[in-house]
Design a protein around this ligand. Structure first.
Ligand SMILES: Nc1ncnc2c1ncn2[C@@H]1O[C@H](COP(=O)(O)OP(=O)(O)OP(=O)(O)O)[C@@H](O)[C@H]1O
Length: 248
């Protein structure tokens, strides 16, 4: 479980996060939603230690990440898997080498163990035959799968995904969502996903946090998402529905 408490972040004279609280449970896909520039990515970066908040706490299963010592922070980082926007694969490495990269960096496993584990993860995302290919030779959906395989290669307890559907067609988006959901269920991962995708909200929104101008204005799930009396959320949903209609 991840608990965040009163996260505040200011850049220059702009307070981007105004005191966010929340809790993310294992085995659940939790979504952070909201319009552009509302602080979703900054919040995620605060949670994973890429941005230092001005105030607040991030507690990983009872362990205080931000004020913990270097060793503790390293241990918690080692339990995180991150799927960055755009997949962030190394263009000069094969698919297999991309997936095994965290094993090379962070473990002292033997060659054989690393190969086995990387291949196992590629198989888990349905890419068992793509290990020798280069990122430039595969589709956007396949790249996301490779990104997911790399994010899970160290058996993370916590999985963070920033816009996993960006740039994908609707059908591929659904498949990627389902894959993330299955992995979350299967390994009881605490998964936090930033998304704009209405379909994701309805299909995998076990817990949804709505950010608006740096505040958490609403929290609920896919069942309650469309029945709130929060005007800003309803506007956001309507705008998303409109975009979805236009894309059809
Ligand atoms: N390193 C930074 N320095 C200064 N300002 C920043 C920095 N990172 C983010 N911001 C600002 O913080 C605000 C929130 O950014 P953030 O990336 O979290 O938005 P978002 O909700 O993820 O939006 P989007 O959906 O468009 O990605 C934006 O105004 C952005 O310009």
């Amino acid at each position: 479980m991840i608990d965040i408490k009163n996260i505040v972040k200011t850049f220059g004279d702009r307070q981007v996060l105004k005191g966010i609280d929340g809790c993310f449970e294992p085995g659940q896909t939790s979504l952070i939603i909201g319009g552009s520039g509302t602080g979703k990515s900054v919040l995620l970066k605060c949670m994973i230690g890429l941005v230092k908040p001005d105030a607040g706490e991030v507690i990983y299963d009872g362990r205080d990440f931000l004020s913990g010592d270097k060793e503790l922070q390293k241990a918690i980082r080692r339990e995180m898997g991150v799927l960055f926007q755009g997949s962030a694969l190394f263009d000069s490495k094969t698919v297999l080498d991309n997936v095994r990269f965290p094993l090379d960096m962070l473990t002292d496993q033997s060659e054989e163990e690393k190969l086995d584990r990387a291949n196992e993860c590629l198989k888990r995302v349905g890419l068992e035959n793509a290990g020798d290919r280069m990122p430039s030779e595969i589709s956007g959906g396949m790249k996301k799968r490779v990104g997911i395989a790399r994010a899970i290669v160290l058996n993370p307890k916590y999985l963070f995904c920033d816009e996993p559907n960006s740039g994908l067609d609707p059908l591929t988006s659904i498949k990627i969502d389902q894959l993330i959901k299955e992995i979350t269920d299967e390994y009881k991962v605490t998964t936090v996903i930033i998304t704009h995708d209405m379909n994701s909200m309805m299909e995998i929104g076990e817990k949804i946090m709505f950010l608006y101008e740096g505040n958490k204005l609403w929290e609920g799930d896919s069942e309650t998402l469309t029945h709130s009396n929060v005007d800003e959320l309803n506007e956001f949903i309507n705008a998303n529905k409109l975009i979805r209609e236009m894309e059809k």
